[in-house]
Design a binder for this molecule. Sequence first.
Ligand code: ADP
Ligand code: MG
Length: 291
Amino acid sequence: AAPLAIVRGTGAAADSGIVMRTGEAFQTFRLVRRIALDKTGTLTVGRPTVRAVEAVDGDVGELLRLAAAAEAHSEHPLARAIEAAAHARGLAVGEAAEFTSLTGSGVRARVDGRAVLVGRPGLLTEEGIDTSALAARIDQLQAAGHTVIAVAVDTTALGVIALGDELRPDAAEAVAAMRRIGLEPIMVTGDNEPAARRIAARLGITRIHAEVRPADKAAIVRELQDGGTRVAMVGDGINDAPALMQADVGIAAGGGTDITVESADIVLLHGEVAAVLQARDISRRSYGRTR
Ligand code: ADP
Ligand code: MG
């Protein structure tokens, strides 16, 4: 009976943009009690925009120009936002060389022969760059709910770029619905803790893991599986792939990147977080009918 249930479930699911890639996870979903949700691109729309640019020496154009050049080869949504802001200001963004992506942290590249580092503030500190001139503004911008990125050239901190993203319109209702059916929502994000808290509060999420490096997302899922608790994980980024594999039910949101899709049991083509609930419903109803 199980394969029939899967076929029937899969057919109904396809109409709502839900693709079931594996049978087991589909069967397991009705047993899931905790759901780990990536913030950016899952609970938010994943199209951040630049809200503020602040340079220590006041030259915000130069800061944005260097950052945009360094980000040109990055696939991260934050990179696209920085590029768009540079273009909107009519800046002539030059070419970068020796590009390196530091997944979950930022990027490094050479622009006009200078070493440019763009990423989470902690990345600069880890590289031995003094960020004390930025500290107060970083705290304020993060407390206001922004994702804050710091920019350094050679060994000097140049300033910060603050970005924001909109919540998905269906996110708060989906989170409330999860609670009603006994699914505990947990936010897992690489973003800074104050911003994550602020966004979580607007969604009614109280349990948060912030500033999580990509390698640690899977470990958090494993912790949530404590005592045999079944855990689903929803994410959209390449860095979510190991966590999707670790989860009892791995769900790629927003169509997913290739690697995310390969690691997922379920793919949500339209990316609405509410589709997670539909997928669970289909799993429950299919198994209810065939057992
Ligand atoms: P999320 O969990 O929100 O998807 P990531 O793990 O991708 O976050 O990134 C964590 C943090 O690292 C971001 O909030 C940002 O500060 C920094 N970061 C990651 N990629 C980039 C990039 N390409 N440019 C600048 N900063 C980045
Ligand atoms: Mg993400």
